[in-house]
Design a protein around this ligand. Structure first.
Ligand SMILES: [Zn+2]
Length: 78
């Protein structure tokens, strides 16, 4: 599970970007931390990069394919 120290520099948000599940190989629309909704594995990735492929980490048989979900995104200024 992603961790942070200082709550005063993070904002809770109901932004729709958090609602989507993304398949491996999908180009990211936000820089941030993505979590596999199936097993909880997490990655950091920049906007415009491609989410790791199906072989990034292994799921136990029967769990199904990797599904990436945005959990924290970076807000840039300007
Ligand atoms: Zn997973």
């Amino acid at each position: 599970m992603a961790q942070y120290k200082n709550q005063s520099i993070l904002n809770k948000s109901d932004h729709e970007a958090f609602d989507s599940l993304h398949s491996p190989g999908t180009e990211t629309l936000n820089s941030g931390i993505y979590r596999c909704a199936v097993c909880g594995d997490e990655i950091g990735i920049a906007k415009g990069h491609v989410l790791p492929p199906q072989n990034h980490h292994q799921h136990k048989p029967g769990l199904g394919p990797i599904k990436w979900q945005l959990i924290v995104f970076a807000v840039t200024q300007g």
